[in-house]
Design a protein around this ligand. Structure first.
Ligand SMILES: Cc1cc2nc3c(=O)[nH]c(=O)nc-3n(C[C@H](O)[C@H](O)[C@H](O)COP(=O)(O)O)c2cc1C
Length: 337
């Protein structure tokens, strides 16, 4: 209420990247969020589940990009999420694309971003993680070559409980090379040879049968090479003249139908052999139920946090608990088909 009535109008009177920076500043006030944690954390045992074997208190994850440099993961966790995806981090620092590179589409409850991986690099992330109390559940990493990815993986794996490979940002020139099945296979084989923790791959969304076939080929390769899970999906590429690059990645509510369709396709492809995380347009308990029923094990959220504010996870978790009790379902797993 406080967020929507006062803070959001104030933040939204500012350019999006400035508002974003202010939000980050607020999240760095860790003591504040720690004190508010008992209010945000639902801790209802019926919501407890796991992510590729890692126990999590509820199925809501904060998606990659929310804390690119892992500076305030503790605060995000104190908002009541079951897990957080830190990053995307790269081996070396990257400035990202020229500004403006972030835009709100309030009527759609959506954002368009063309950030292009601004990252302070793995050295800073490692230092930041030393100051956090919790080991991140997932760390998202990326690179433009197999060697860069592999070196980033070697540095990142000891820092987190699992790793998500981001080969799907639409805003980074060069990353699409990993949409080619043989390049993708080479990448996975290189990372796999040193693997010690669960591994996820975040796939791009698709909208036509050709793209669908290509992305599902990547999913099949991931399955064949023993990857633990798929996060479906990243932002949808769109034209947007108001950002400097002229195009960016759409996120938020308009993505939900595609997310549900892609999750169902991926589940159909991999059966019960892999974890599936639904990501894109999820903002209510009803959306979570649809995603879980459609084959997801967990969900990941970013844009709804910007629109709904810090009470979002608490609200969704509370509604999920109610729904399970009303239907006399003993655990969240009983929602699944
Ligand atoms: C500002 C912004 C930055 C993002 N940065 C990343 C990123 O670094 N790595 C990544 O894998 N996805 C990134 N994403 C994509 C989100 O993780 C997520 O896949 C996408 O926004 C769809 O989920 P949503 O509709 O809940 O936002 C970013 C999204 C936004 C809006």
């Amino acid at each position: 209420m406080l967020y929507k009535a006062f803070l959001r109008p104030l933040l939204w009177s500012l350019p999006p990247e400035l508002a974003h920076a202010l939000g980050e500043w607020a999240l760095r006030r860790k003591l504040l969020w720690k004190l508010l944690a008992p209010f945000h954390n639902t801790r209802d045992p019926v919501l407890a589940t796991s992510l590729a074997g890692i126990p999590i208190p509820n199925p809501l994850g904060v998606a990659a990009g929310s804390d690119k440099d892992c500076a305030y993961l503790d605060s995000l966790m104190n908002l009541g999420f079951g897990y957080a995806v830190g990053g995307t981090v790269t081996l070396h620092p990257r400035p990202g694309n020229p500004r403006p590179r972030l835009l709100r589409r309030p009527r759609q409850k959506a954002l368009v971003n063309a950030l292009g991986f601004p990252s302070l690099g793995i050295d800073v992330v490692e230092a930041n993680l030393r100051k956090q109390s919790a080991v991140p559940t997932v760390l998202s990493i990326s690179g433009l070559t197999v060697d860069e990815f592999r070196r980033c993986y070697q540095r990142s794996a000891p820092l987190a409980r699992s790793i998500e490979l981001n080969v799907s940002s639409p805003n980074t020139a060069g990353l699409r090379v990993f949409h080619d099945p043989s390049a993708f296979r080479e990448l996975l084989e290189s990372v796999n040879s040193r693997r010690t923790t669960p591994l996820f791959v975040k796939i791009p969304p698709y909208s036509d049968p050709q793209e669908q076939q290509n992305v599902l080929t990547l999913v099949r390769i991931a399955r064949e090479l023993g990857v633990d899970g798929i996060t479906a999906a990243n932002t949808r590429p769109v034209e947007e003249p108001a950002v400097k690059m002229g195009r960016g990645g759409l996120s938020g509510k308009p993505l939900l139908p595609d997310t549900l369709r892609i999750v169902a396709d991926v589940r159909n492809e991999v059966g019960e052999t892999m974890t599936v995380n639904a990501c894109g347009g999820i903002s209510t308990a009803d959306d979570v139920v649809k995603a879980l029923k459609g084959g997801a094990d967990t969900v990941q959220i970013y844009t709804a946090l910007v629109y709904e504010g810090p009470g979002l996870a608490r609200r969704i978790n509370r509604d999920l608990s109610r729904l399970l009790r009303n239907r006399s379902l003993p655990t969240i797993h009983h929602l699944k088909p």
